[in-house]
Design a protein around this ligand. Structure first.
Ligand SMILES: *[C@@H]1O[C@H](CO)[C@@H](O)[C@H](O)[C@H]1NC(C)=O
Ligand SMILES: *[C@@H]1O[C@H](CO)[C@@H](O)[C@H](O)[C@H]1NC(C)=O
Ligand SMILES: *[C@@H]1O[C@H](CO)[C@@H](O)[C@H](O)[C@H]1NC(C)=O
Length: 442
């Protein structure tokens, strides 16, 4: 082979490589479903919150989240170009996905380095959004008095699936937070992954390819997961479903109807109490640890537990109104069942409803609001959802539950569901590769 032909074939192969890249870029159709491993982070939130002096409001909060262990499930994402990894709390109660950004007016300590938008070539501040504020500043106040303030921007977000593929979302609206504090701090997360059904949530921005469907399986000990699109289907033995509702005043929340709670054999109906509703009375929330019911209805549940637990002494703690007993066994406590409308009866494991706290075991259903500014908000928290595969489906408007040992790694671990276009793309690559090899041999 002469030098001339080598140059020629090099040029040809360059062209082919270019064509190859082009085909990859254009024929690249995102997978129709994928799965991501989650990080479970638990903290005895009383210690970090109490030792911190910059936040008197939270420090003096008489509420339950400074007494019980906090449990959050974090998802890894990358944002920006070049990609920077963040770990953010999976939160069905939030719309905007945000991360802390420099410059920090008031940043809490996080495990990952803080994102620097000036180093990303794809970061664009939102200039013409529909808010009265032309610079699109945002302020998020959460039910537990946590907050985040910053700028809305568009940025490339990528999610690494368990099968190694990356689901890339260019020009995704995210929040770049310059002032934030609260529960994110206790778990040293980088922010929030918003999964509410409002339009800026990550699931809404994934668009049609994921059919507005996701499911998660929170394990108390093992590996927890979140699934999107066709991987998110919840079906098979034991699956129950209940309608989900939205409300104008709290538009992003997933409301469910809690018809009754059973304590052992005693069924306590919401019907006849102010808590009863037909269009949603409780919010299912992946970002809150405990379950909160309105005080009047909740006291009926509590009284029923008290009737059953007769063999242990009640203990009280200063600052917090909880039902606790001096005991080291959960055997003496009744099983609690949550009855959601449409026949979705969730028989909860005792680990989902009671927590050992050193010398006592306490009921993890809290009577009253999460905080003074979350009045009238009843919450079904993540601890009670442990070991259920929980699916949200924006097209059927249903939330489904399937009892599942979430920590067990299944042999048939969900893989990405790859569309036909992707397979075609692979074949084209393969043919080109063979062609390329044959050119080299010339
Ligand atoms: C951060 O936001 C909080 C809550 O709104 C506010 O009180 C505080 O002054 C802000 N801090 C800075 C440095 O802007
Ligand atoms: C409940 O938690 C305890 C302590 O973590 C554990 O030993 C026990 O196996 C758990 N029970 C179930 C049914 O998961
Ligand atoms: C939290 O504190 C309780 C007692 O105060 C202790 O028994 C428990 O082990 C602690 N948990 C963690 C995760 O530190």
């Amino acid at each position: 082979m002469s030098l001339g032909t080598i140059t020629m074939s090099m040029r040809l192969s360059l062209q082919i490589i270019t064509a190859f890249l082009f085909i990859t870029a254009t024929a690249s159709s995102p997978p129709s479903g994928f799965t991501v491993d989650l990080i479970h982070r638990r903290t005895n939130s009383s210690s970090p919150r109490r030792s911190n002096t910059d936040d008197d409001q939270l420090r003096s909060s008489p509420y339950a989240d400074i007494f019980f262990e906090t449990s959050e499930y974090l998802m890894k994402l990358t944002i920006g170009t070049p990609p920077v990894e963040i770990e953010a709390i999976v939160d069905t109660g939030s719309e905007v996905t945000w991360t802390q950004c420099v410059p920090c007016l008031n940043c809490y300590k996080q495990r990952n380095p803080i994102f620097d938008p000036s180093k990303s070539s794809t970061y664009k501040e939102q200039l013409n959004c529909n808010s009265p504020n032309p610079s699109c500043d945002y302020t998020l106040m959460y039910g537990d008095q946590s907050y985040s303030k910053g700028r809305l921007a568009t940025e490339t977000v990528a999610i690494q699936s368990t099968s190694g593929h990356s689901y890339v979302m260019p020009e995704t609206v995210i929040g770049c937070s310059h002032n934030s504090s609260g529960r994110f701090r206790t778990t040293t997360s980088s922010g929030i992954v918003g999964l509410s059904w409002a339009s800026l949530s990550l699931i809404s921005q994934m668009g049609k390819s994921m059919h507005g469907a996701f499911s998660y399986c929170f394990s108390p000990e093992g590996t927890s997961r979140i699934n999107f699109g066709s991987n998110a289907i919840v079906s098979g033995d034991g699956t129950v479903s209940t309608p989900m509702f939205t409300k104008k005043e709290k538009s992003g929340f997933y409301y469910l109807n809690l018809d009754a709670v059973s304590v052992g054999e005693a069924r306590i109906e919401t019907l006849g109490t102010p808590f009863h509703a037909v269009d949603g009375n409780i919010v299912i929330d992946s970002g809150t640890t405990l379950t909160y019911l309105p005080a009047s209805y909740c006291s009926l549940v509590r009284e029923s537990v008290e009737k059953v637990v007769t063999s242990a002494e009640r203990v009280t703690f200063p600052d917090i109104d909880t039902l606790c007993y001096k005991t080291n066994t959960m055997d003496i406590f009744p099983v609690i069942t949550m009855h959601f409308s449409g026949g979705a009866d969730l028989v909860l494991d005792k680990n989902n409803t009671y927590m050992a706290n050193g010398q006592a075991i306490c009921l993890m259903i809290i009577c009253g609001p999460l905080s003074p500014n979350a009045e009238k908000l009843s919450l079904f928290g993540n601890r009670a959802q442990n070991n259920f595969l929980v699916g949200y489906d924006h097209s059927s408007l249903k939330v489904s539950f399937k009892p599942t040992d979430c920590g067990v790694t299944q042999d048939n671990m969900p893989r990405d569901s790859i569309s036909a276009a992707l397979v075609l793309q692979f074949n084209i690559k393969f043919v080109l590769f063979i062609f390329f090899l044959s050119l080299i041999r010339l």
